[in-house]
Structures are given as C-alpha cells and as structure tokens.
Design a protein around this ligand. Structure first.
Ligand code: NAP
Length: 292
C-alpha cells in the first residue's frame, strides 16, 4: 500500500519524532523544520510556509513545532518580538493562512497550560482558558487563531508528555529516573497535580484523527491525575530503585519564587475516548513498557 503524504512541523521534537518512528510505514512525512537538510523551513516565515504547503499533496498538516521552554518563555513575557510569541503565535497564524489557501486540515498540539490550574477537578474542553504565564498565553492565542479560522482543524491538548524510550530532550518520566539514579532527585510536590501523556498513545490518537477526519478541540492525555510525588513513587517502586523519596510542597515553593506555576493541569479525556478504536494505556501500563 502506498504511503499517505503528510506535512508535519516539529517532527524532530520529543513528541513528533515518536509519531514519525511509529507511523513511518503509513505516512510519507514532509517535515517543515529548521534542521531539514534539503529545504530548511522556518514556520515564522509566512512565504516559506505557504510555498511548502502549496507544493504538497498532503491533506493534513500536523503542527507540533513550538517554543516549549516555559521558563525561557516567562523571561519573554509580553514580548511579541520574542521567539516564543513568533513561533507559537505567528508560526501558527502562518500555518492557518496557508491551510486556508490550500484547503488542508490542521492538527495542532496544545497544552494544559492554557488553564490557570486553580480548578480542583480535571479540566474539561468546555472550561474557559486563563493562562497565567507567557508560554500558556501564547499557546492559548494560537488556539484562538485556529478556532476563529474557516479551516478544518483539530486541537489536541496534552500535559507533561513522556515516551517509552530515552530521548535527548528529557521527558517527565526519564527526568525522575535520572534524578533517582544520580541520587539528586529534589523533594517531589504532593500538592501539584498533572495529567501524564503517554506519547506512544498520543501518536495513535493523531493517526486516529487523520483516519477518522475528526475535527474540534480534545484533551488527549492519559485522562489520569497524578501528583509529582505519587508519580515519582510509582517509578521508584516499578523499577525497584528503593530511593528515599522526599515529599515537597508547591505552595511553599511558590512563597519564595515569583514564577507562576499551575497547581492542577490534569485533563478529562471523555470526549476523545468516544472516538477511540483502541484502548489507551494506563500510566502504570505505560511505565511498565518503558525502556530505561
Ligand atoms: N513537552 C511538553 O512538556 C509539552 C507539554 C504540553 C504540550 N506540548 C506541545 O506539544 C508539541 C510538541 O512539543 P515537544 O515537546 O515535542 O517539542 P520540542 O521537543 O521542544 O520540539 C519542538 C520542535 O519545534 C521545532 N521548531 C521550533 N521553532 C521552529 C521554527 N521556527 N520553525 C520550524 N520548526 C521549529 C523544533 O525544531 P528543531 O528541532 O530544529 O529545533 C523542534 O522540532 C508542542 O506544540 C508543545 O507546545 C509539549
């Protein structure tokens, strides 16, 4: 069977590279990337983006490129000439415009950081966004650009992604493993909650969105809620590290640090689950198949 042409951005990244590895038999990837050796593409350049989409037969564009360093983003707060705004907002605007002109469907990866983190329960897709720091603000603005457009679009929000294999940009799971192995894991917050996203399953969800031509806004994490401490405990126990794990407090940390931090970013995934034709792994199952 011939492969399906597919345009992607950020396909060298933590999430994108897993999607490419797991679905290279199905898709013929065209990566719009700064590091593309044949034709490097900067998504902040409107002309380059339009030219790339115009010459492709792909019906879908999977947009995973982003400025993802949240601390560096915070240092650029309100700077619309800063790289974070340019990549996350302008880059997305350029892709939306090019999708509009070429009739392509945009699949966009977003984040739980569009929320303020004050909700006690898991966030729903219908909850209002209210970002409290610049990275989240730029990702929320990117969502608005997409939602207010006339193109076919799908937004998948994720949180703290991890994959089953080590990757140069260290993920949430491997960061804890490295900390434990180095004997230097900081006390883990027991009052900070998140929704781990198993990237291997997220890759399957992206494929599902393409296969079923799903449109709209979805939360695409594991659908579970873990504190940093319970997540680290699970890893410690599963791999038999016997590390003397210490409990920390986000509230105490925030009292001495002025960088904003969402207290809860766990996402409810009931909406995407209605479409699934495979079963998501639980966080425990995902960790059990992780290579360290
Ligand atoms: N990682 C997380 O914790 C997390 C959490 C929630 C949501 N997300 C979202 O998930 C998506 C994927 O994140 P990730 O962690 O896989 O990202 P990542 O590893 O930081 O990779 C980002 C990718 O974007 C590319 N890129 C950056 N600027 C670009 C530009 N101007 N033009 C073209 N490409 C550019 C990078 O290319 P180079 O490789 O050439 O630098 C890289 O491939 C993003 O939308 C992110 O916002 C991530």
């Amino acid at each position: 069977m011939s492969k399906i042409p597919l345009i992607g951005t950020g396909l060298n990244g933590l999430v994108g590279s897993k999607f490419v590895t797991d679905f290279s038999n199905r898709y013929d990837f065209d990566n719009l990337d700064l590091r593309n050796s044949i034709r490097p593409i900067d998504i902040t350049d409107e002309k380059q983006v339009l030219a790339a989409l115009s010459r492709s037969k792909a019906k879908f564009v999977v947009h995973m490129a982003a400025f993802t360093d949240v601390t560096a983003a915070w240092q650029q707060t309100n700077d619309q000439n800063g790289l974070c705004y340019l990549v996350n907002v302008r880059g997305t605007q350029n892709l939306v415009k090019a999708c509009d002109k070429t009739g392509k469907h945009l699949i966009h990866l977003s984040t739980a950081y569009v929320f303020d983190g004050l909700k006690k329960e898991m966030y729903l897709e219908t909850d209002p966004t209210n970002p409290i720091e610049w990275y989240g603000k730029t990702k929320a603005l990117a969502e608005e650009v997409i939602i207010s457009s006339n193109i076919n679009w799908t937004i998948l929000r994720i949180d703290q992604p991890f994959r089953n294999d080590p990757f140069p940009k260290i993920d949430t799971l491997h960061r804890i493993i490295e900390g434990i192995r180095g004997g230097q894991l900081y006390p883990q917050f027991s009052d900070h909650f998140f929704g781990p996203t198993y990237i291997n399953d997220l890759a399957k969800i992206i494929d599902l969105v393409i296969r079923q031509k799903i449109t709209g806004l979805y939360h695409a994490t594991s659908g579970e809620s873990w504190s940093d401490f319970t997540f680290a405990q699970l890893i410690n126990e599963h791999f038999g590290f016997n590390f003397d794990l210490k409990e920390g407090s986000l509230a105490k940390y925030l009292a001495t640090n002025n960088r904003p931090y969402q207290k809860n970013t766990a996402l409810n995934t009931d909406q995407i689950k209605k479409h699934l034709d495979f079963k998501l792994k639980t966080v425990k199952q995902a960790i059990a198949e992780t290579i360290i």
